[in-house]
Every structure is written in structure tokens, then in C-alpha cells.
Design a protein around this ligand. Sequence first.
Ligand SMILES: CCCCCCCC/C=C\CCCCCCCC(=O)N[C@@H](CCCCN)C(=O)O
Ligand SMILES: [Zn+2]
Ligand SMILES: [Zn+2]
Length: 505
Amino acid sequence: MLRMVRLTLTEDVEAVVLIVRTVHLSQRPAQTSQCRQTDSDFIPLNEERLQRFQKALGFESVSRDSGDSNTDEIFKFGEFIIASFPHIHRHSPLVTWERVNNLSLLYHIQGNDPSLKPYLLMAHIDVVPVTNLDQWDAPPFSGEVKDGFIYGRGTIDDKNNVMGILEATEFMLSSNIKPKRSFYISFGHDEETRGNAGASQVANLLRQKGVKEVEFIVDEGMTVLEGIIDGVAGPVASVGVTEKGIVLLNLSVELPPGHSSMPPRETAIGILARAVLRLEENPHPSMLGAGVETDMFESLVPKMSYLQRVVISNIWLFRYPLSWLLSRKPSTNAVIRTVTAVTIFNSGVKFNMIPPLAEAKVNHRVHPSQTIQEVVDYDRAVINDPRVKIEVVYSMEPHPVAGHGESDFGYQVLRTSVRQIWPEAVVVPAIMVGNTDTFNFLNFSTNVYRFSPTHMFPGDPERFHGINERMSVKNYEQVINFFYHLIRNADQAGLSPVHSAHPDL
Ligand SMILES: CCCCCCCC/C=C\CCCCCCCC(=O)N[C@@H](CCCCN)C(=O)O
Ligand SMILES: [Zn+2]
Ligand SMILES: [Zn+2]
């Protein structure tokens, strides 16, 4: 049944009318996580739930490199999950679950309407290592709460999503709410190393079980941003409807070794240093206006002043000044172009030996309007030195763009759920600037969304894989409730899906 629901935006913004497709949604008012504590549509963050999250953060489930991870801790984190959510793992007849490859987890929650295509929620249980320990305001595996923030590796990447999905599902089952639409949950254990032992095996298992297609997929991704996009006030929920590609290059220079008292005019180190400097000084061109970021800026229009609207409505005219403006911050720069990061540089044997070899790793995140080949060709031209060998270590093309219109069910479920938690937010399609485990599932659905309900302010994007990773206590409550609303909102007949699985994959 089609119903019209009017959600209110704050500030100088026109009211937006959203088309929502069920009685379920239309019967409930938009809520924030501060709404009535007794409401069955709200999961309060009580001491028990907070402590569960803190304990989850205590497991040092670190992935360092492919095949190099704390498997004991990852396993123990899995055991903790199994012990902590009794309805999911023992009491509910609706759930089947299994360990995959010993460390990952796959769940199926049976809905009571088999005509509805299931969907898939994803997150990962591994975390990146900790650095700069002395600069953390609280120990990174303590889950300590300080000034209203929960500290720890994994608070935003990605134990918040793991625990949020579990809390929401457990609450639903313990409240005896039976979903209409079935859903799967996949928790991979090697996302941070892009391994093929975690989510990749979950995807294989699903295929073996005969699952060919899901309605939509939600995995970690872009976030709710506030004060991060210059000139845009209020929260902006950026939903990754595509994902940047990645290419890792190995640059190397080999020259004969010798005595440092009789050096050649140039060394391998000098030649390679010049090559990487050229890459840094010649960033890949702005792709503004060529892809999804145009849709993103157009969706931001309600949050903009008259002048900004004029600029955004004429990106073709203001492309250069706008690109310059967005290039100033790493977070917004990442959205408009292929970015270049020289992440490893190795050379030298002894202080008095001319180095026989210098090597550097260059990590590009490829804008969806470019191909890997274009990126490598550009680098070769910029370096312009045949002594520098350029090899592709691995690569992945950017992902296809998921539907993000009024008739795209998954996107509308996400949008509605975001607006129930952040009524003043504008939801915009965006490019996921990092990578996720979704590449393993691209042939299950074209409707793949990368979104984490993490509310970020200036300074927060740097906490991803960085120092003082943290989430406010209030935000963690929002995370749980976002997933709960999403699960309830997905219980709709919706429109007939307009997209089928991607034909090329
Ligand atoms: C105009 C819009 C402004 C956008 C501002 C962006 C703010 C930042 C918000 C979200 C960023 C998410 C990026 C974090 C990626 C998290 C996932 C991750 O760590 N993935 C790894 C996978 C590693 C695989 C092994 N190679 C990664 O991408 O490196
Ligand atoms: Zn992650
Ligand atoms: Zn990560």
C-alpha cells in the first residue's frame, strides 16, 4: 500500500515529501534515539548493552596482512558473540547460523512471507592494528568510556556495525517479533586484509546453498557527516552507492651497487624519490561532474544557500573552482578524484653501499569514472622515466552504481531508516572512498549500499584506522536503533524489484 509521509527538516529547508510504502512505516512517527524509553520501536542503550559493546572491543581481533592475524582472538570474539545473544544462537526457531571457515559467521533469519526476496546485512569482526599507543586518550582495547565517548579499535570500523546488527536482531527475536522478509547476516573475519578466507567463503557457501539473488545488501561504508562538507550545515547521511576501485603499484629502480665514496650522479633512491614526488605533485584529474558525486551534490541542495544552489545546479560552469574547494580536505578530495598514497618506501643496505634496489608501493583508490588502465597510463606519463619499473600488484575496478532513486527499494529502506534516527538529516548517494567486503557479493545484487550509521564531525574521519578511534555513547544507541528500524522497514512488499543481479559479474 502506498502512503505519503511528511518528514520535517530543520533550518531553512523546504519540507520534503517521501513516498513510503507500508502501513508499518506510516503508522509510526519519525523518532530519534531520545524518544520514549518504553516504546517497543526503540532499543535503549542500557548498561547491559553498553557493556556488551565494551567487551566486544576488548578482543584484539587484529588482521595485519593476508594470513597474518590474531586468529585466537578472532575465534574468541566469535565465541563471545555466540554466548551473548541467546535468542539468535539458541532460542529462536527462526535462526540458523554457522561458523564459516572457523572464524567467520553466517546467519539466516527466516521471514514468514516467502514471496519477499531476502536481503543481506554485512560487517566484519577483524580490526586493523594499533599504532601511536602513547597518543591514545584511553587504551585501544579497553572499551573505556571517557567524556561520553567509547574508545577502542573497532568502535567505528567495524564492531559498531557487528554489535548493532546483533543487538537489533536479538531485541526483535526476544520481543517475539517475526520478520516478514528473510535476511542473511555475514560477519567476515579478514576484511582488513582483503583475504579470501572470510566473506569470500561466506559468498561461496551462500551460492552452494542455492542463493542466487538478494533484494539488497548493506555493508559498512560512508557515514553521517556533520560539518565536514564545507558550507553544508546539519547532518548529511552519505550512502555509498558505488565503491572506488583500487590499484596497488610496485615501483622499482635497480642500479649496480658500488662504493659510496665514488657514487654515480643518481642513485636508485634519488630516481625513485623523484618518481613518487612527481606522482604526489600531479594528482589525478578531478572527475567532478562525471559520476555519482553530481547526484550527491544535487541531493544536498535542500541544505544549501541560494548561492550554493546556483553553483551546484551549474557544475559544468563551476567545475574548476568547486574542484579546488573540495580538494583542500583529504575527505572531500577523495570523492572527486582518483587519489594517490605512497604507503611503503624501501631501500638501502649499508651506509657506505650504493643501493642496488629501491622500491615503493603506491596505493590508488580509483574514481568510478576511471579505469585501472587509465590510472596506470597516467602514472607512467607523469613519472616519464623508463628506469622506473611499474608493476600492478593487484587491482579491482570501481563497482557498479546501485539504484538510488525513488523506486529503488533498498535505497528507500535505508533512507527512511536514517530519517527515523536523524530526522534532520539529508540522505545523499555517494562514492564509498574505501573498500569493503562487498566485492565478494556483487553478483548477488546490483543494489549494494555501503553505509555505517556513525555520526562524524570534523576530525573524525582521521580516526578510521587512526589514533583515538571512538564513538559517542549516544551514537552507539543510534547504531542499534538504525539497524532495528532497517530490519522493520525492510518488511514491506515494496515495489517489484527493478534491478536484477549484475549481468557482467
Ligand atoms: C563530499 C563528501 C565528503 C565525504 C567525506 C568522507 C568522510 C569519511 C567517511 C567515511 C569514510 C569511510 C572510509 C573508511 C573505509 C573503511 C573500510 C576499510 O577500512 N576498508 C579497507 C579494506 C582493506 C582491504 C585490503 N586491501 C580499505 O579500504 O583499505
Ligand atoms: Zn571496515
Ligand atoms: Zn578498515
